[in-house]
Ligand binder design. Structure first.
Ligand code: SF4
Length: 245
């Protein structure tokens, strides 16, 4: 069986679903996955740019796209979501946190508890992001993310095709894992794609408004996420392998 060089670590013989024989480009990985898993596959989009959706709709115009509204997203992110729906004709499947869990956390800890400790920040991410993600993935056989290796030390070894043990062993595709930030920007420009306008204000990675800031010249692309934390902790749990809600 031929495999992508960078999938070998993640793929073992127990994964009989892996019959990938493409050339390893982002488009080729997407084509294989969408042909194999649709409609039980969806793109997870946080509305930073539309590179993956642009590639996916050319393969399957009815590709499924979902997103998690944490309740604390920046306005620019909703504008990007609207632009993507208009441009590609996709209908975004939104997932929200359980309101009771958010209310209890806010009553107990206040509105900015996530800045007080790593545990408090992880609790907020678990309630607002991880739990809705678990619901979004239930029933899916595979999901597609925009995770890239250069984003942070926590992502340096991600493969293009993985088994997601944190979510029941479904397949996780990271087709852009070997792309640089500059390559993303070039693709967006070349194809005139919708993108999050916070990029024009110095942001290089965008999450919740209260936990994201613009980066300074020379800083890592995720330096503006939870900027008060060490880089090795900069994961919200959506892609972390070693902790969950
Ligand atoms: Fe909460 Fe910040 Fe995580 Fe958003 S990024 S879920 S506000 S801790």
């Amino acid at each position: 069986m031929e495999r992508l060089p960078d999938t070998e670590e993640a793929v073992t013989d127990r994964d009989v679903r892996f019959d990938y024989r493409g050339d390893g480009t982002a488009e080729e990985v997407l084509r294989w996955a969408l042909e194999k898993f649709h409609p039980n596959i969806a793109v997870a989009c946080s509305f930073q740019h539309a590179v993956l959706i642009d590639m996916a709709v050319k393969i399957r115009p009815d590709v499924r796209v979902f997103s998690i509204d944490t309740g604390r997203l920046p306005e620019d992110t909703y504008e990007c979501a609207r632009d993507i729906e208009c441009r590609f004709g996709v209908k975004i499947e939104w997932y929200f946190p359980r309101h009771k869990a958010v209310e209890e956390m806010m009553h107990r800890n206040g509105p900015l508890s996530f800045r007080e400790s790593l545990d408090a920040r992880r609790e907020c991410c678990a309630i607002r992001k991880v739990e809705p993600l678990n619901r979004a993935l239930s029933g899916l056989d595979a999901w597609i993310t925009g995770v890239r290796r250069e984003q942070n030390v926590t992502r340096a070894t991600v493969a293009k095709i993985e088994i997601d043990d944190a979510h029941g062993g479904i397949v996780k595709l990271n087709p852009l894992s070997d792309w640089s930030y500059d390559r993303i920007r070039s693709y967006v420009r070349e194809h005139r794609l919708p993108y999050n306008t916070l990029f024009e204000k110095g942001y290089t990675s965008i999450g919740c408004a209260c936990c994201t800031r613009a980066v300074k010249p020379g800083e890592d692309s995720r330096a503006g996420r939870w900027w008060w934390e060490h880089p090795e902790y900069k994961e919200c749990g959506l892609h972390a392998r070693n902790w969950q809600i």
